[in-house]
Write a protein that binds this ligand. Structure first.
Ligand code: ADP
Length: 501
């Protein structure tokens, strides 16, 4: 439809047609009230373009489309292997368009282009491809009971799934949610984060090209408090899957109770990274750096609390600071040498700066960074990578999620102390430990309160392995075979073979 696409050119010279509408029933439409949201380039603080923002009424239209698609034989009765083929085709189209998608991700989110291209795009297409393979492998069981009964189970789609996406890995997070939902035969209304809608809107056209029937995937950009809330509280949505902050997850859980929706929540974290005396120090330093500084520190699993054993504490800090200095090159995300681009929004930039003040007022030592970083005209949301040392577990900077290139380093005496300090958190998402002692590695991995433990690495997510948190880091699992459980219901069928009343 005219007026719902704009031609854009990124600083790397790449040009593309950017959809700006709401994607409902495989068509582009304007929002019912004409409202739009500007998408801002965080490198320059300038508007890239503006896209339509869904009202409550638009969300309702999208839910109706998803409900109709769920009952449409073109989808409901599509053989599972065919469903898998559509998904494989989608993953191929993502690969074919990866330079465009990576460019969009970088201009809209600020992450370095090579990270978008090599990491986010690989993650997105591989996740869809992985779940494509599951489409015809989600089946029930025959259950032995007595000769009087034939009992079996069916695995059925949950129904209409609302999916609320964060801004830190827009495409990859959309793929994490679309993959298992489509493999299990659900239909979807997906809401991108209002800060970063552009790549997911581009993906919508690939969904049509792949051949998905109308209404199977609907994408409604919009404000969280309007479109997100409308989705979470809608009485005809069967499931809500959310990735974002713990505070928003609590609202969503309440809204989802309106009709007892199935929920999956992937929320915040303050993941510990423990370095024992016997660790390979050089490796620990490199992984610890990536664990917090990758993606501008905007990762729910960022290992933002580094715990170092007494004897190696000073040595670790010296090496860590040197690593930050050598590797964390802040700058234009389209420059190949850039490690750290801008933070995604002014709000995130302000949040990080406010935590620098908190750390200083708590009398932790500001060992590195802590200031805005000027790139070009200085309007972008760039900050210096920031390291606080001499941090204790009572401090707010030890307990609260900052979501930026901001790390706290604390010391511990022995293994028991390390476990206590690691678990001293309301969160329980990721955790990492560095040791060359095999039995210690397994012993500590078992006792850490977290959904994931990385031994001698950090932030190692993998679409084949379950991902999720405990405590206030979430409910349910995404990725791996476990991710299918969140998108299928088990129906039990009891067939009476003999009993007569
Ligand atoms: P952040 O605070 O870092 O922006 P959020 O958790 O608020 O992270 O946002 C993650 C996603 O949740 C976004 O898509 C956002 O629009 C959505 N969201 C925010 N507030 C609400 C809400 N009240 N109801 C539903 N979705 C929301």
């Amino acid at each position: 439809m005219s007026g719902l696409t704009v031609q854009l050119t990124a600083p790397n010279g790449h040009t593309w047609s950017q959809p700006t509408g709401l994607f409902i029933n495989n068509q582009w439409v304007k929002s019912s009230n004409g409202e739009k949201i500007a998408s801002i380039n965080p490198s320059t603080a300038k508007e890239i373009t503006s896209v339509y923002a869904a009202s409550e009424q638009d969300v309702d239209t999208a839910v109706k489309a998803a409900r109709a698609a769920l009952n449409n034989p073109d989808w409901r009765e599509l053989p599972a292997s065919e469903r898998g083929r559509l998904m494989t085709r989608l993953s191929q189209l993502i690969d074919e368009n990866k330079k465009t998608l990576a460019t969009i991700e970088t201009i809209d989110n600020g992450k370095p282009y090579l990270v978008s291209l090599n990491d986010d795009l690989t993650e997105a297409s591989e996740t869809i491809r992985y779940y494509a393979g599951f489409a015809d492998k989600v089946f029930g069981q025959v259950i032995e009971t007595t000769p009087d009964k034939f009992g079996y189970t069916l695995r059925e789609p949950v129904g209409v799934c609302g999916q609320i996406i964060p801004w830190n890995f827009p495409l990859a997070m959309a793929a994490w949610k679309l993959g298992p939902a489509l493999a299990c035969g659900n239909t979807v209304v997906l809401k991108p984060a209002e800060q970063t809608p552009l790549s997911i809107l581009f993906l919508a056209n690939l969904i049509v090209e792949a051949g998905f029937p109308p209404g199977v995937v609907n994408i409604v950009n919009g404000h969280g408090s309007i479109a997100g809330a409308a989705l979470a509280s809608h009485m005809d949505v069967d499931k809500i899957a959310f990735t974002g902050s713990t505070a928003t997850a609590k609202h969503i859980m309440k809204m989802a109770s309106s009709n007892l929706k199935n929920i999956t929540l992937e929320t915040g974290g303050k993941s510990p990274l423990i370095v024992f005396n016997d660790a390979d120090l050089e490796q620990a330093v490199e992984w610890a750096h990536i664990g917090i500084m990758y993606n501008q520190g905007q990762i729910c699993t960022a290992t933002s609390r580094i715990l170092v054993q007494d004897e190696i504490y000073d040595k670790f800090i010296a090496a860590f600071k040197a690593q930050v200095k050598n590797v964390s090159k802040v700058g234009d995300p389209f420059e190949e040498s850039t490690f750290q681009g801008p933070q995604v929004t002014q709000a995130q930039y302000d949040r990080i700066m406010s935590y620098v003040n908190v750390g200083q007022s708590e009398k932790a030592t500001l060992a590195y960074g802590g200031k805005p970083f000027k790139v070009a005209d200085g309007k972008g949301f760039f900050v210096e990578p920031t390291v606080f040392t001499d941090v204790t577990s009572k401090m707010r900077i030890y307990q609260e999620e900052v979501f930026g290139p901001f790390v706290v380093i604390a010391r511990f005496k022995n293994e028991e102390d390390a476990i206590t300090m690691a678990n001293d958190s309301t969160y329980g998402l990721g955790s990492a430990l560095f040791t060359t002692n095999l039995t210690r590695a397994h012993r500590v991995a078992k006792r850490i309160e977290a959904g994931m433990v990385w031994v001698n690495s950090s932030n190692d997510s993998d679409w084949r392995i379950p991902f999720g948190g405990v405590k206030q880091s979430g409910i349910g699992r995404e990725l791996g075979e476990a991710g299918l459980a969140a998108y299928s219901n088990v129906k039990a069928v009891h067939v009476n073979m003999k009993s007569k009343l």
